[in-house]
Write a protein that binds this ligand. Structure first.
Ligand code: ATP
Ligand code: MG
Length: 545
């Protein structure tokens, strides 16, 4: 049996075990918490009758209290494990989905909204298990059991509570809803307050230049006031709720005590009880208020989890990008058939405005061409089409006679080396920046690429060389760009796509990068968008737009 398979089996078994253990522990915890008042009743009754208390009785009182505590702790632990197991699997599934979305999905959806699916919505789902459904079940069990006991011990009190509890529940829900609304307002206000200071710092020169200090100050003042007002409201509800519950608790106890000692025989039938029973009953009354309050919060948790589940389901249902299947076996550097052709290509993004219209471009194997044209003409868009990220509306984008979008993903790195204006770091070491943890790119290939572009020496000077964890301060802007070229050429691709790669560099660094590129170009096809590269390396110019 393979390790992976065995791991999955044991994971499944753990899941089943958890599913069986949680209800058992939940019911056990409720049952254990209900027994101590009954023992207390017997102890007090014995004392009232002038009898001695059996040590075993006193011991069992403590034992059941301890058992209830242990079972409650176990319940919390199991719920956390269970919730994490579910959300872990879900997060992995969502991450896989994210990488399969088409390029346009990242333009039409705000990044913040997508992030909130991963963080807020999954957390809400986690809460559904840890403090939602199962806690609600436990609280429901507790309330019903207490009522059952009260019906036996003091029927009158059970009726009184039955009438009171719906009102208490409504009051609790009203307070909780208002508190939540105030908390949300406060969170929004705190967000504005904390965002305002860095914004002011970032724009301080502009603020001074235009003398807008007062404007920034007034805005800040308004945000703080909003936050204070929301906090005050939360505090008010918080302050009101607990005393109301305490007073109600005391009022019910007082009323029942008065009625139980009343002379009226009818009242005695309903409320009469022994001293011990009254102690137990007081204990149960205090225990019934807690679950009522919790159920209100649990409803809230379940509501937001349901909304979260809906949003996660919508996300998982988003259409995936069509993935090509054609292997790029023949498309290697040096193959004289490796031509790039855009024939009669018309393309526009989702807005429907055409960016490219009837574009015809033909590039021979090993050629060096530069795409030029005004800003917004669609030069970078041509690259996106070549990389197969988008399909043209009309016409064909062909690499070696194959539609670019039909080429299988794993072949793309052997085919294209893509360098952008800015380096996109990935978490990991310097080596990971070049290989992208791609098993197809060996350490030797990565080092060779670094030597080729002239960044090897700088990397070796680092404390742990290629295995140094990557941080933004490790390299200069030009060095990052060299690393970017090393990343692109490490897999020895047939075509290099270079999009304004020297735009952010000073002239000296630019020279360095151009030198690196000349070496990296070799016998590859090079398609670039850079005037400077054209001046330095020559080749053919193609005007877009
Ligand atoms: P520049 O020289 O400024 O880099 P460019 O020639 O590379 O310009 P593109 O980036 O290809 O131009 O953009 C062409 C047009 O397509 C622009 O009008 C731009 O607004 C639009 N566009 C670019 N990317 C997207 C996108 N992902 N979604 C929608 N429209 C886009
Ligand atoms: Mg561009």
């Amino acid at each position: 049996m393979s390790g992976k398979y065995a791991g999955k089996l044991s994971e499944k078994r753990t899941g089943k075990l958890l599913m069986a253990a949680i209800p058992a522990v939940v019911v056990g915890a409720v049952a254990a918490s209900l027994i101590p008042p009954l023992i207390l009743e017997r102890i007090v009754d014995s004392l009232a009758a002038g009898k001695n208390i059996a040590v075993s009785l006193a011991l069992s009182y403590f034992l059941f209290l301890a058992l209830a505590g242990v079972l409650e702790a176990a319940r919390e632990c199991l719920l956390v494990v269970f919730g994490q197991k579910i959300t872990h699997d879900l997060r992995l599934k969502m991450c896989r989905k994210l990488t399969r979305l088409p390029a346009e999905a990242f333009v039409s959806q705000e990044p913040g909204v997508m992030v909130s699916r991963f963080v807020g919505d999954v957390d809400a789902l986690d809460a559904l298990f840890t403090s939602g459904i199962i806690s609600m079940f436990a609280d429901g069990c507790k309330i019903i059991s207490i009522f059952a006991i009260l019906f036996v011990k003091n029927r009158g009190l059970a009726y009184v509570l039955l009438i009171l509890l719906p009102f208490l529940f409504l009051f609790t829900r009203t307070v909780q809803k208002r508190m939540l609304a105030a908390q949300l307002k406060n969170r929004a206000a705190v967000g504005k307050v904390s965002g305002h200071v860095p914004e002011t710092i970032r724009r301080i020169r502009m603020i001074h230049t235009f003398h807008r200090e007062g404007y920034m100050r007034e805005k800040y003042d308004r945000y703080i006031r909003e936050s204070y007002a929301a906090v005050e409201r939360t505090n008010f509800y918080d302050a009101v709720y607990s005393p109301v519950i305490l007073v109600l608790n005391a009022a019910v106890i007082a009323a029942v005590m008065i009625l139980s000692s009343a002379e009226d025989p009818a009242a005695r039938v309903f409320f009469g009880m022994s001293v011990g029973t009254s102690v137990a009953v007081i204990n149960y009354i205090s225990q019934v208020f807690g679950p009522i309050e919790s159920i209100g919060m649990e409803i809230q948790t379940i509501q937001s989890a349901v909304a979260g589940v809906r949003r996660i389901r919508e996300f998982l249902k988003l259409p995936e990008r069509e993935r090509g299947t054609v292997q790029a076996g023949r498309m290697t550097a040096g193959n004289p058939d490796l031509c790039v052709e855009l024939s009669d290509v018309t393309f526009g993004y989702e807005s429907g405005i055409p960016v490219l219209e009837n574009l015809n471009v033909s590039i021979e194997a090993g050629e060096q061409v530069t795409l030029t044209g005004r800003t917004g003409a669609g030069k970078s868009t041509v690259f996106k089409l070549l990389l197969g990220l988008y399909r043209p509306e009309r016409g064909h984008v062909l690499i070696c006679g194959t539609e670019a979008a039909e080429i299988a993903d794993p072949c793309k790195r052997k085919l294209f080396g893509y360098v952008e204006q800015q380096f996109s770091p990935v978490p990991g070491t310097v080596l990971d920046q070049i290989t992208l943890s791609d098993g197809a790119v060996t350490r030797e290939q990565a080092v060779r690429a670094a030597v080729l572009v002239g960044i090897d020496e700088a990397i070796r000077k680092l404390e742990r060389g290629y295995d140094t964890p990557c941080t933004p301060a490790l390299f200069s802007q030009g060095q990052w760009q060299l690393l970017s070229i090393a990343r692109a050429v490490a897999s020895e691709p047939a075509i290099l796509l270079l999009d304004e790669i020297t735009a952010n560099l000073d002239s000296e660094t630019e020279e360095l990068v151009l030198e690196a590129l000349k070496k990296a170009a070799g016998n590859r096809t090079v398609i670039s968008i850079s005037h400077r590269l054209y001046e330095s390396m020559g080749g053919r110019k193609i005007v877009i737009g």
